[in-house]
Design a protein around this ligand. Structure first.
Ligand SMILES: Cc1ncc(COP(=O)(O)O)c(C=O)c1O
Length: 400
């Protein structure tokens, strides 16, 4: 039989990060010693007390369906966290738990967008935003932030792109892939713009715990009540607590939107895993020492790697203010030759580095910037040192 896939399926690009991860994995399976800078997940263990809470849930038989949007105990834990860390007050009707924040974001796209509705996405952006918006028939409108401005989002770049079809502005601070943290004044200006033009704000705060050099994360929803009323805060236990595999993300926002997300979730995935919900409660309400220890270690790696990359002639690497990624500019090397001919773009650079230096990086083209490649330093220091040595040698070997 001939299968005809839907146009939605045909038009969806596979995740670029997963594609590079699978090439790196294949090389590792073939016996190559690959340094993997491609991954988007902490290399630390999930904290012991979190694992224990899940084990206890299994022992107690907490292994059945729950309410589709998460158990009340988890909603209360999310409410406590948002109050404690972000100064935000919500009721249970205003929060929902999902199977990872990727799922949360997809639910938001499902409930908000009619075909042709536009969402403003600052570039460089996490690859999933644009794909999800397209999947539901919406239109991602890309606005460029500039390396010279620290990749900071500003009202000036957003405002001219607003049209009668604009539904929402997406804010991702700290940002994947640049690590940029939107400065408070600029956050306020974007919030003011959303109020003036009656737009929703979707604030993806997945990396909120990972900020450096004394910077503190501020949720745009916390700026004032008027802003909060039009903001959906999205967060996850994945990055802060090294819980990527547990699949618990959550959102807080207007009850009407949260209810609609719950209705869709009830007809698609049902509840996020019962035992993972118990683990997430332990993560959100338990001791936060592991989080602090992870941030300190990420910071040590960040400083080392930024220094090493900027010491390579031709490579320019901004100091990321948050998350666990570097987004160096490789464009000075484009046009230079390896044995295989000139390297013309970020995809060819990623292939060259993987095949010749056995270092996996993700091409920036997938994040909306072909001059850059993304490195994750969520990998042990020993591998980072080895990877930096290899990058230095491989880039030095390119001929003009
Ligand atoms: C910016 C951003 N948001 C959300 C997510 C999704 O995380 P999860 O679905 O594990 O909650 C990621 C994962 O890489 C991310 O980088």
């Amino acid at each position: 039989m001939t299968v005809t896939l839907s146009s939605r399926a045909k038009n969806t690009n596979p995740s670029a990060t997963l594609a590079i991860a699978s090439s790196a994995k294949r090389m590792k399976a073939e016996g190559f010693d690959v340094v993997d800078f491609g991954l988007g997940e902490p290399d630390f263990e999930t904290p012991a007390h979190v694992k224990e809470a899940a084990i206890q849930a299994i022992r107690e038989g907490f292994t059945k369906y729950t309410a589709a949007g998460g158990i009340d105990e988890l909603k209360e834990a999310i409410i406590t966290k948002l109050k404690r860390d972000n100064g935000l007050s919500y009721s249970r009707a205003e929060v929902i738990a999902s199977c990872g924040s990727k799922h949360t974001l997809f639910n938001i796209a499902e409930v908000l967008l009619e075909p042709g509705d536009e969402v403003i996405i600052p570039a460089p952006y996490w690859v999933t935003y644009t794909e999800q918006i397209r999947l539901v028939g919406g239109r991602p409108v890309i606005v460029q932030t500039r390396e010279e401005d620290g990749f900071h989002l500003s009202r000036q770049v957003v405002e001219p792109t607003i049209t009668p079809r604009t539904k929402a502005i997406l804010v991702n601070s700290p940002c994947n892939p640049t690590g940029a943290v939107v400065p408070l004044e600029q956050l306020k200006a974007i919030a003011a713009l959303a109020v003036e033009r009656d737009l929703l704000l979707v604030s993806d705060e997945a990396y909120e715990t990972l900020t450096y050099d004394g910077r503190a994360h501020v949720s745009i929803a916390s700026l004032d009540e008027e802003v909060k009323r039009r903001t959906i805060v999205v967060n996850t236990v994945s990055k802060a607590y090294a819980m990527t595999g547990w699949r618990i993300g959550y959102a807080a926002g207007p009850a009407e939107i949260i209810k609609a997300m719950g209705d869709i979730q009830g007809q698609t995935t049902s509840n996020p895993t019962s035992i993972a919900q118990k683990a997430a409660i332990a993560a959100l309400l338990g001791p936060q020492d592991d989080v602090r220890a992870m941030v300190a270690e990420f910071d040590r790696r960040r400083r080392y790697l930024v220094g090493r990359l900027n010491a390579i002639p031709g490579l320019r690497c901004a100091n990321p203010e948050g998350a666990f990624y570097l987004f160096p500019n490789f464009s000075a090397f484009y046009g230079r030759k390896s044995n295989g001919g000139p390297i013309r773009n970020s995809a060819e650079m990623a292939t060259y580095l993987l095949q010749n230096a056995h270092v996996a990086l993700v091409p920036g083209a997938d994040f909306g910037s072909d001059s850059h490649l993304r490195l994750s330093y969520a990998t042990p220091m020993e591998a980072i040192v080895k990877g930096a040595d290899r990058l230095e040698r491989a880039l030095g070997a390119l001929r003009a």
